[in-house]
Design a protein around this ligand. Structure first.
Ligand code: ATP
Ligand SMILES: CCCCCCCCCCCCC/C=C/[C@@H](O)[C@H](CO)NC(C)=O
Ligand code: CA
Length: 466
């Protein structure tokens, strides 16, 4: 060959819609020494990139989504990791909670991060393993709802291979295994709020995306029986649940999030390097310093709302996903220490359909008289059924005369409880206490990057301001 000395540089190429691809360019050189100098200099520069992982622990759920997790990892992700000189220990799960249990046993300090290949449920499992392990090692009792949880600095990377993949979509902007693998390789870091869910001083679960009662809880409960249908189960159960049009009665109490500048009705969304998240985190840290060990939350006001609801959704992030690209709460922030509480009160089937359709178009889904949205830092819910039982009003009639409201048989109010959908997993209790923990964990992601259209719109706003 006339030009025998060469080296190839692999790099990330940004494509449309937040998709990243790996591209390469080969440099040729007649002078061998010069070529080697370049290779050496590039290797040294790469060594300086301390945020990049070298050793990863990978969990694959072979049964998530369309059961393609193993194939996706082997064909699309593993070759990229090896190109980037990342060593991996790969663990293919054999049962639910396998990954979570394993995380309590492994020598976690050996790894720069944990990767989960699967959907939201699989991510939730890995997150529970990591956060749980962190608290155990630090002697924190997870059953205490007020315990100050220890931050988890080991990043999690999500390779989407599930049915909804909402956590991946809401933090990267797309559900694409190659894009996610590249975010892991370049060592991105995105802090994430996590909410803890308790019942009577007993820890139930953590949640990062949707905690939903009523509509989304009923969909999940029904769809779990139809896992064999794959991702289609959500469409089938969604349609069935929509037709059943059940509403549920209960009491909601919440503490508004006063530390953050943002509001759920903002027009701008959380984007890479979000200033609202940064400012909110600083504000909370200052409050904590001032209050010391005293719980400042105890002194803050609680708002109480009673009513009949078709859906009660608490979201820590937008919950954008391919079905709803702007999500359940488009202006929710990934790391601002707050969650958006969305209350959909009893309304007609037609109005509820109008509300749902707005998740798929540009119209404002909160602009309805029967929808309320609040930004909160803690939240509690008790169903009417439980309140009645607890206040010793033993209305035997309600228990014996069917599950529906006896006074108004046509009103679709369900006397039975709904189920909580917690990041795609059901909860055993309907009465819950929720608390947002600001930036409790980190992902190999950078949040959604502003696209050119948004960037130029914001730029022209700045120009106007100047
Ligand atoms: N080997 C396994 N066998 C059975 N269940 C498993 C296994 N490994 C993990 N799981 C469980 O499967 C559940 C669902 O997995 P996953 O989230 O990957 O897919 P999905 O439910 O199809 O997607 P999504 O959560 O995005 O809707 C998780 O809760 C996880 O605990
Ligand atoms: C007639 C048009 C109806 C369109 C309705 C679109 C609304 C879709 C919104 C989906 C949001 C999903 C939030 C994410 C939840 C996940 O945690 C969970 C587990 O993966 N998925 C589901 C479906 O519960
Ligand atoms: Ca948040």
């Amino acid at each position: 060959m006339a030009k025998p000395h060469a080296f190839t540089v692999y790099y990330v190429k940004k494509a449309r819609n937040h998709r990243w691809r790996c591209s390469d360019v080969t440099f040729w050189c007649v002078d061998e020494q010069l070529c080697n100098q370049w290779i050496q200099a590039l290797k040294e520069l790469l060594e300086l990139q301390k945020a990049r992982p070298k050793q990863l622990l990978v969990y694959i759920n072979p049964y998530g989504g369309k059961r393609q997790g193993k194939r996706i990892y082997e064909q699309k992700v593993a070759p990229l990791f090896s190109l980037a000189s990342i060593s991996t220990d790969v663990f293919i799960t054999e049962r639910a909670n396998h990954a979570k249990d394993n995380l309590f046993e492994v020598n976690i300090n050996k790894y720069d991060g944990v990767v989960c290949v699967g959907g939201d449920g699989m991510f939730s499992e890995v997150m529970h393993g990591l956060i749980g392990r962190m608290q155990k090692d630090s002697g924190i009792d997870q059953n205490n709802p007020k315990a100050p949880l220890v931050q988890c600095n080991i990043r999690i990377g999500i390779i989407p291979a599930g049915s909804t993949d909402c956590i991946c979509y809401s933090t990267v902007g797309i559900s694409d295994p190659v894009t996610s693998a590249l975010h892991i390789i370049v060592g991105d870091s995105q802090p994430l709020d996590v909410s803890s869910v308790h019942h009577n001083n007993t820890f139930l679960k953590y949640t990062v995306s949707l905690l939903g009662y009523g509509f989304y809880g009923d969909i999940l409960k029904d769809s779990e029986k139809k896992r064999w249908m794959g991702p289609m189960r959500y469409d089938y159960s969604g349609f069935k649940t929509f037709l059943s049009h059940h509403c549920y009665e209960g009491t909601i109490s919440f503490q508004p999030a006063k530390h953050t500048l943002g509001s759920p009705r903002d027009k701008d969304s959380c984007r890479t390097g979000c200033h609202i998240c940064r400012q909110s985190e600083q504000q909370l840290a200052e409050q904590r310093k001032k209050c010391g060990l005293k719980h400042e939350e105890d002194e803050e006001e609680w708002k109480v709302i009673k009513g009949k609801f078709l859906a009660i959704n608490v979201v820590n992030m937008s919950c954008a996903c391919p079905r709803s690209p702007k999500g359940l709460s488009p202006a929710a922030h990934l790391a601002d220490g707050s969650a958006d509480l969305i209350l959909v009160r009893k309304c007609s089937r037609f109005d509820f359909l109008r509300y749902l359709v707005r998740h798929t178009n540009q119209d404002d889904q909160f602009d309805f008289s029967f929808v309320d949205v609040y930004r909160v830092k803690s939240f509690q819910f008790t169903s009417k059924l439980l309140e009645d039982n607890e206040s010793d009003v033993t209305d035997i009639g309600k228990k014996h005369f069917g599950r529906f409201c006896r006074d108004h048989p046509a009103c679709c109010c369900n006397i039975a409880n709904s189920t909580w959908n917690c990041d795609g997993e059901t909860l055993d209790s309907s009465a819950i206490e929720v608390r947002v923990h600001c930036q409790l964990m980190k992902l190999f992601a950078r949040g959604i990057e502003e696209n050119c259209k948004e960037a130029s719109r914001n730029q022209s706003r700045v120009e106007q301001l100047l």
